[in-house]
Design a protein around this ligand. Structure first.
Ligand code: FAD
Length: 449
């Protein structure tokens, strides 16, 4: 029974990465937690309709992996047993940057690569084992249950058993980019929250490959060729994952047409400067080509609404979704779950949902800048001078990376969110970056492994 300082019942809308990590945290603070998921959940690591992005490369940044490991002790080992490799980012990443490819450099930054369905499967199993948690799948939340405009008291759900209501002291919206929360809040008499969108019109096309008998995998474990507006509109990501599989995502910015079929996929890969075209030409395709185009950055300013109902919070992509090219979404979801944990530790049943949304806005602020500063360069309208200057600096830093191990390490830590942006103010690094690289771009590909 609730003792007055603990929340009695919580409902989480959505069993994606944000919903599952939030449920994990809630299990420490709440008597019963019900996760409601509209998909029928697979019993193994398999894609599902509600998470179409699972067909595309999903990299968990170093900080996200660290935070998740804290909440799911042994997660890394469990993923490793399922075949997910662990490798050093600097040593085994082939980064095909506009200014060249940095030579391998041991950074002491272990990275683990796996498919999104595998990660979700392991998280789902671990969450379902928690005593306070029940996962209800094949059930769609259709609206909030309320007691007047100021208090949310649960959700209404449709599913196999028809319509039902699930009562809750706290409802957590983790329903992703397709969240209906703005509409639900308007229904409660609140003004429509403002959503900021920055759309670099980036498209993804992905497929997986296996290695034919007798053929070794590439010497690199991950390959990335990032985009840069407007000169570099095509690029790719590739990672070695479980089941001796290579997962390849080709991407293009500013509305670049992405491949639709096998021939176009190979032709696109071959048109890139990176070795991906030659690599996949000799591998065995293990999936069809799948495309995805809903990659815009969007951030809903719930924290700026004049009022907020008691008993409600929102997190994950439902509040702030990023262009996936920067690999931030799952890591930010983990940081938001950590924020929820810390808030519940302090406030328990006295959780102030509006104050939580304000704190969440502070968590998303820096990742939002990291994603939207380069993405605004794809937008046709002119960008603010400060954004242009920040973009110029970041591009200059990236151009220094292939020729300067210090810049490579600093940039990698920033990318993986384990390093502070203050590291950019190191005078030695600043002078290298501001002076610009005097070396010409190299086309030589270092060997890895
Ligand atoms: C193409 C692509 C590639 C990506 N690559 C990366 C990457 O490399 N690294 C990274 O960290 N992130 C990546 N992301 C982002 C990442 O997928 C998300 O940020 C992360 O999964 C957190 O999302 P979420 O849990 O908030 O939402 P989702 O993962 O979208 O989950 C929402 C869940 O809610 C369910 N749902 C929706 N509505 C309802 C309802 N009404 N009732 C019940 N259930 C409902 C859905 O079925 C779904 O299961 C990528 C995204 C895309 C689009």
């Amino acid at each position: 029974m609730p003792d007055g300082t603990r929340i009695g019942r919580a409902v989480v809308i959505g069993a994606g990465v944000a919903g599952l990590t939030a449920a994990r945290v809630l299990a420490d603070h709440v008597e019963t937690v019900t996760v409601v998921e509209r998909d029928t959940l697979p019993s193994g690591p398999a894609p599902r309709p509600g998470v179409p992005q699972a067909h595309h490369v999903h990299a968990l940044l170093a900080l996200g992996a660290e935070v998740m490991e804290g909440y799911f002790p042994g997660l890394r080992a469990e993923l490793e047993r399922a075949g997910a490799p662990v490798w050093d980012w600097g040593e085994r990443l082939c980064a095909v940057l506009p200014g060249g490819t940095p030579a391998p450099l041991r950074m002491g930054m272990p990275i683990q690569t796996f498919s999104r369905p595998l990660l979700e499967h392991v998280l789902r199993r671990r969450v379902a084992e928690l005593k306070p948690v029940t996962v209800v799948d094949g059930a769609t939340v259709t609206s909030l249950r309320t007691a007047g405009p100021g208090r949310v008291t649960g959700v209404r759900v449709t599913g196999g058993d028809g319509e039902e209501e699930i009562g809750a002291d706290l409802v957590v919206d983790a329903s992703g980019r397709s969240s209906h929360l703005p509409r639900w809040l308007v229904g409660l008499g609140l003004p429509s929250p403002r959503t900021t969108v920055v759309d670099a019109r980036i498209g993804y096309a992905s497929r997986t490959y296996t290695y034919p008998e007798g053929q070794s995998p590439p010497s690199w474990m991950g390959l990335l060729q990032p985009l840069r507006a407007p000169a570099f509109p095509k690029g790719c990501y590739a990672i070695q994952i479980e089941d001796d599989t290579l997962h390849v995502t080709l991407h293009g910015g500013g509305g670049t047409e992405l491949p639709r079929d096998e021939d176009e996929f190979l032709a696109y890969a071959r048109s890139l400067r990176s070795p991906i075209g030659d690599t996949i030409a000799s591998l065995t395709p293990a999936s069809p080509v799948r495309r995805y185009a809903r990659t815009l950055n969007s951030r809903t300013a719930y924290h700026r609404l004049p009022r907020w109902p008691h008993g409600l919070i929102a997190l994950g992509d439902a509040v702030c979704a990023f262009n996936p090219a920067y690999g931030q979404g799952m890591t930010v979801a983990a940081l938001e779950a950590r924020l929820l944990d810390r808030t519940l530790r302090r406030r328990g049943a006295f959780l102030d949902g509006h104050a939580f949304q304000r704190a969440l806005a502070r968590v998303t602020a820096f990742p939002w800048l990291m994603a939207t500063i380069p993405d605004r360069a794809w937008e046709r309208s002119g960008t603010a001078r400060a954004v242009g200057a920040a973009n110029w600096f970041m591009n200059r830093l990236i151009d220094t990376v292939p020729h300067d191990p210090r810049a490579y390490t600093t940039f990698s830590r920033l990318f993986h969110m384990t390093g502070s942006p203050a590291a950019l103010l190191d005078p030695r690094l600043l002078s290298r970056v501001l002076a610009g690289s005097r070396r010409r771009s190299t086309t030589d590909m270092p060997s890895f492994g």
